[in-house]
Design a protein around this ligand. Structure first.
Ligand code: PLP
Length: 387
């Protein structure tokens, strides 16, 4: 926490706005709008709720297909299931690790040829890196399909100053405990379309029609954010720029420590081929020209052919033995048992990322003492290779 959160929470208690309504909600929404540049915003109980409501807002229904980035957290795809629609997965490109615009177009053409209605497209800005939104929007516009961005991990990221979440018809943000700012749990739906946001608020409050009694003509949900939670969010917005600086500084630290090599890779016949060499066998994801990533998590590719057999598991387990948590990259949805029957437009990229990728410890509160502990493990692992 930054320090101001407790003041806002105290204010909620002092004024007795301990409820899913109250002044902090509108103020937090205003903060998010002015920060991202989105026209309208509705804060909700979670990022997952925002993605789900977003699909319904875009008209996703039973029997529809939604083209969803395979390389993501399961919440993205679950939102499609909640609408009774079918998620169809699209692989990643090597430049951003996010939805490949070429595979996207292939998926649209193929699904439409099978007589399926593609109701929406969900790119994800994973680990804070913006998806290639100019290319994705060009494909989506060509076929007249609305885009919903999963910006749960990318608050503060942008392309030439335009924030992630403001390219498509709508987007979800998340303030879950692990995100770059947190309200303990929470999310938001942003859009430039005021009607969409009004509808989202209506559905999020059990679709209560205007009447003195409880009158309902549509299905709704209890997806609202509480005023107490919004109070935390207001305090967190004040420290968001610091948090991004801290995350990016973490990335710089690892980059210097682990050989300063960006990943230059190419797909050849369905195989990912690394084009350059790295002294350590470790590669980092570069920000394409004009892209700014909040670097929510620092992620690396470990190439065992250059590390003398050290894999990302070697590093992960060595850290784990010192009680330091690191994780593989997201396991793509098309490899999940839950989606074993689902159609996937693959190119091998997300499988390769999952096989060789590692999320390094990336908290905003990592200090010299923590980095010293991490460094000791890295030195041990890489010394072992040399001996
Ligand atoms: C965290 C996350 C979500 C879900 O957000 P919650 O607030 O936890 O429901 C969705 N998509 C991605 C990519 C996420 O990382």
């Amino acid at each position: 926490m930054g320090g101001q959160e407790i003041k806002f929470v105290q204010e909620a208690f002092d004024t007795n706005w301990v409820a899913p309504v109250g002044p902090h909600i509108g103020d937090f929404e205003q903060d998010l709008r002015s920060y991202t540049g989105a026209g309208h915003c509705s804060v909700l109980g979670s990022g997952s709720a925002a993605i789900h409501i977003g699909q319904r807002l875009l008209g996703v229904e039973r029997r529809d297909v939604v083209l969803c980035q395979s390389f993501t957290f399961v919440a993205t795809a679950n939102s499609v299931l909640l609408q009774g629609a079918t998620p169809v997965f699209v692989d990643s490109e090597l430049e951003t690790w996010n939805m490949c615009p070429v595979k996207l177009e292939e998926a649209i053409i193929d699904q439409q040829a099978q007589g399926k209605r593609v109701a929406s497209i969900i790119p994800v800005h994973l680990y804070g890196m913006p998806s290639n939104m100019p290319a994705i929007m060009a494909v989506a516009d060509k076929y007249g399909i609305p885009v919903f961005e999963d910006a749960a991990e990318s608050l503060g990221s942008h392309i030439n100053g335009k924030h992630t979440g403001t390219f498509g018809k709508g987007a979800a943000l998340s303030f879950n405990g692990n995100k770059i700012i947190t309200t303990s749990g929470g999310g938001a739906l942003i859009s430039d379309d005021e009607k969409l946001i009004q509808k989202a608020r209506f559905w999020a409050t059990q679709a209560r029609d205007e009447a003195p009694h409880y009158e309902h003509s549509e299905q709704g949900y209890n997806y609202r954010m509480s005023n107490v939670v919004a109070a935390i969010g207001r305090g967190q917005m004040q420290v968001l720029p610091e948090r991004i600086e801290a995350r990016r500084a973490n990335h710089d630290w690892y980059f210097k420590k682990l050989g300063e090599t960006w990943l230059d890779a190419e797909l050849r016949d369905g195989t990912v081929c690394i084009q350059n060499t790295s002294a350590t066998g470790i590669y980092f994801l570069r920000e394409p020209e004009g892209y700014f990533s909040n670097r929510w998590l620092t992620t690396v590719i470990v190439n065992p052919e250059e590390t003398g057999g050290i894999t990302r598991e070697t590093i992960r387990l060595a850290l784990d033995a010192r009680n330091i948590e690191a994780r593989p990259l997201w396991k793509p949805m098309h490899l999940q048992p839950l989606f074993s029957e689902s159609k996937h437009y693959g190119n091998g990229v997300s499988d390769w990322l999952f096989e060789h990728g590692l999320c390094l410890p990336s908290g905003s509160n990592l200090g010299m003492a923590e980095f010293a502990r991490i460094e000791a493990v890295l030195d041990e692992v890489f010394h072992f290779r040399m001996s």
